[in-house]
Design a protein around this ligand. Structure first.
Ligand code: PEP
Ligand code: MG
Length: 835
């Protein structure tokens, strides 16, 4: 086949704003690993041919196709991101593979709404897949209409056109894995997704084993580590393209799993008589009867089952469990519980895994009961994961066991309800995430497990639910008789097996006293809080919605100290318009009676990405275009938000706060913009404008910032991260990212001194404000507002009322000279003990 190597102009296949690849919300495309190209955020619902040519590949699911232009350039057109997951739903192909098409011809009709609702993004790509022969030169980066000139395709001078051999049906290559931590769940999911976009069958081969790229657990089961060399083979018509895409996906560095396990605190030996020692997964002190939960035991299988019937049983059980998981996912999304959502999304993917399904089906075809076939299929995969000897892979075996139990329960028609005695402390070998959700719903008082890690999915869920939980207690916990009265001191990882009446009474007393204190604090929370020597401290609330503002108001908040406005922008496919934003901010103001509300402008970017607002890919997101820096790349987003904010009423109750400011010019720029918008809206007064102090540079420049700001609010979460150079979400550093570090206290002190020079007030809205041990230090250093989480308003007000500000001032100075956060905490506990 010969090609005419002339240059070519491609016309826009879709209408909408044009984006460069770097702005595409998908790591593989954005990194350019699939090839050079461009993206369009479509406003229409039909993909058109960008040039004359032949359709050489159509994805099974209709969301992507490749056209070979008459000059030989091959262009992959991919509608939306992660649309392969729709499995063809919402796509109507108007052409077949092999068809000749002309420029402008309609190729694929798609359901814009469905994709917007169910997929990551509508942003669609045009990728040159044979960039060794051609290069692309964009014509425009503005909004285009279908048919308008979009790109020049220019033949590379050096390359003679490669003759494309259609008879090649197998391609393979060897590649070194660069994914951090190896091919665990997330990278494996990326490989699976990439392979699914092609009709070729692809496999990975490693250490004498092979796995289909369609199978998440097959891939994980290979136990491929970072820097291992693997072979990739692709069979099928589009094998070359599939191979290239897989090589690209395999060499993209995906960071470790969000919940990557850390070396869990070592379990101390059980040296104390009558006490089992484990590892704290979620703190709390409870006592109650032990209730042992056993896994499902199956009777022996006679092995003479009718395969068709059993297959049908399995199908309907799987369907039932899928439905249940989808329901859990919906609820998690509504609650914006990202962790729960991630865990159960992975379960859904595992439930569709062909390796599992094939193993179970084969066993059924050989006469097994569906129950036994499913159990054996799961156990075989668990054994593979455990044999790898890598904790990250081994922890995922518990997720498989979860699916084993759920599907068995569905097959056996067992209701999923445990007969728990009141106040039960549940013990088990290792509970699954679904068990934990169920137990929490049924008001279990505590959880203790023989196995498990403090970073497992179960532990994360337990912490989120406030359910005391100890893991890694050892098999002995399973020998404790059913119903025995125990004490679970989760914070210290202890299970006391034989508490005497006195200890029992003590635990009850401690809990009762705590409950009573909370009730009293709550009753007094509506009043203002002043120290004993009359210094008034505002105790406001951090909220992220009008519902939370309502709760804060009921709990006695003196105002909202921080409204994180990201809630309006994340988890949605299209941007909220000015009207919607105005209503949302107004709702928060309305929920707060006559109290003031500090609204922080949008703090996304970095690792908080918006589906509809792709920002450039960042190699170092927390040091990138986040917070106020977004004004640099998307000024219109901030403008729109400011406009919406200026329209709330009464405007005097609204204060505006800018996140991540690191220099005075950023503040001056927004202040000027705010003045211009006020003039446009014919407002005579602009709302107060404050600056967040969450970057050391801002703390050091507090005096200069305070000259132009109306107030300062310290974000101790980020200030700790940037001062200590420790990721605030790093599980392994969690205990050390402590804002009580003397370095942080010095920055807080300097901020207060700088602000005082211009008569400005300083608040704290980071998590340190909610820590009662820190209250006296913060007051002592000059803070006059604490913005805390709504349930803690009463407790912090109570703490303020018991302090003497003059003494706080005097003692706080000495804390600045201590050597560590631990030393500061000890000193605080000594000076201002917390009962
Ligand atoms: C902070 O950094 O302390 C803060 C309050 O902001 P966020 O936690 O939203 O980053
Ligand atoms: Mg912050």
């Amino acid at each position: 086949m010969s090609h005419n190597n002339k240059d070519l102009t491609l016309s826009a296949p879709l209408s909408g704003p044009v984006l460069t690849l770097g702005n595409v919300p998908d790591e593989v495309f954005a990194s350019g690993a699939m090839g050079d190209g461009i993206a369009i955020d479509p406003l229409n619902d039909c993909l058109h041919a960008p040039c004359d040519g032949v359709i050489i590949h159509v994805a099974r699911t209709g969301h992507a196709l490749t056209i070979r232009a008459d000059n030989g350039a091959e262009l992959l057109m991919h509608v939306g991101i992660d649309t392969v997951e729709l499995n063809g739903e919402g796509f109507a192909l108007l052409v077949k593979q092999g068809a000749r098409v002309s420029k402008g011809q309609a190729l694929v009709q798609f359901d814009l709404d469905l994709i917007a609702r169910q997929c990551k993004s509508l942003v669609s790509l045009i990728i040159l897949t044979n960039s060794e022969l051609f290069e692309l030169r964009p014509i425009t980066l503005k909004t285009v209409k279908v048919g308008e000139p979009l790109l020049h395709v220019v033949a590379r001078l050096t390359g003679a056109a490669k003759v494309i051999d259609e008879s090649v049906t197998e391609a393979s290559a060897t590649i070194r894995i660069t994914h951090r931590g190896g091919l665990h769940a997330r990278p494996a999911a990326l490989i699976r997704k990439t392979a699914q976009a092609f009709s070729s069958q692809s496999q990975l081969h490693f250490a004498g084993k092979s796995a289909s790229c369609d199978s998440l657990i097959g891939l994980m089961g290979l136990g491929i580590g970072e820097q291992d060399e693997v072979q990739v083979t692709c069979r099928g018509k589009d094998c070359e393209a599939a191979l290239q895409a897989l090589i690209a996906a395999l060499s993209v560095a995906v960071s470790e799993e969000h919940h990557a396990p850390v070396a869990a605190a070592p379990r101390r030996e059980n040296t104390e008589a009558g006490v089992l020692q484990g590892v704290c997964a979620a703190p709390g002190l409870v006592c109650g009867p032990l209730f042992r939960l056993n896994g499902i035991e199956l009777p022996a299988d006679p092995g003479n089952n009718v395969p068709d019937e059993q297959l049908q049983h399995l199908d309907s059980a799987l369907e039932q469990v899928r439905g249940e998981i989808r329901h859990t996912l919906d609820q998690a999304r509504q609650r914006k519980d990202v962790e729960e959502e991630e865990i159960f999304s992975a379960h859904l993917a595992l439930l569709e895994d062909p390796t599992l399904l094939e193993a179970a089906t084969t066993a059924i075809e050989h006469g097994s009961a569906a129950t036994h076939a499913w159990r054996d299929a799961i156990q075989a995969q668990c054994a593979v994961l455990l044999a790898l000897g890598k904790p990250l892979f081994a922890e995922r075996a518990n997720d498989l066991r979860d699916l084993q139990q759920r599907v068995l329960r569905a097959l056996l028609g067992e209701a999923w309800h445990f007969e728990l005695p009141p106040g039960a402390i549940v013990s088990a070998h290792e509970l699954t995430p679904s068990d934990l959700l169920q137990l929490s719903k049924q008001h279990a008082a505590g959880i203790c497990m023989a196995e498990g890690g403090a970073t497992s999915h179960v532990a994360i869920l337990a912490r989120g639910k406030g359910l005391p939980c100890v893991v890694a207690l050892g098999e002995q916990v399973l020998e404790v008789p059913q119903g025995q009265r125990v004490v679970l001191d989760a914070a210290n990882g202890r299970l006391e097996l034989t508490p005497d009446d006195a200890r029992h009474a003590q635990v009850h007393q401690l809990r009762d006293a705590q409950k009573l204190r909370r009730q009293q604090q709550h009753a007094e929370a509506q009043g203002t809080a002043s120290t004993q020597d009359g210094v008034r401290i505002e105790v406001a609330a951090n909220v992220a919605s009008s519902a939370e503002a309502q709760l804060a108001f009921e709990n006695g908040a003196d105002g909202v100290g921080l409204l994180r406005t990201e809630f309006l922008f994340v988890d949605r496919r299209i941007a909220p318009d000015e009207q919607e934003q105005r209503q949302a901010y107004q709702a928060v103001l309305d929920a707060m009676g006559d109290k003031s509300v500090i609204i922080r402008t949008i703090d996304v970017g970095g690792d908080k990405q918006l589906d509809y607002l792709p920002l450039p890919f960042e190699t170092n997101p927390v040091l990138g275009l986040r917070g106020i820096r977004m004004a640099q790349v998307r000024p219109e987003v901030l403008d729109q938000q400011l406009r919406a904010l200026l329209q709330v009423s009464p405007l005097e109750r609204c204060r505006i706060l800018l996140p991540m400011v690191s220099e005075v010019d950023e503040l001056l720029h927004i202040r000027q913009r705010l003045d211009e918008l006020c003039a446009e809206l014919e407002l005579t007064q602009r709302p107060e404008l404050g600056v967040m102090i969450e970057v050391p540079a801002a703390a050091l420049m507090a005096e200069q910032l305070a000259e132009h700001a109306d107030f300062l609010s310290i974000g101790t979460n980020d200030l700790s991260q940037y001062t200590l150079a420790m990721d605030r979400d790093h599980a392994g550093l969690a205990a050390r990212v402590d804002a009580m570090h003397p370095a942080l206290l010095r920055l807080i002190a300097q901020t207060c001194i700088g602000a005082a020079k211009h008569g400005r007030w300083v608040g704290v809205c980071g998590a340190l404000a909610s820590d009662p041990l820190a209250t006296p230090v913060l007051i002592g250093l000059g803070i006059s507002e604490l913005s805390v989480s709504p349930p803690q308003i009463g407790e912090i007000k109570d703490r303020v009322r018991h302090l003497d500000a003059a003494q706080c001032r005097q003692l706080s100075q000495s804390l600045l000279n201590l050597s560590s956060a631990k030393a500061v905490r000890q000193a605080c506990q000594h000076h201002w003990p917390l009962s």
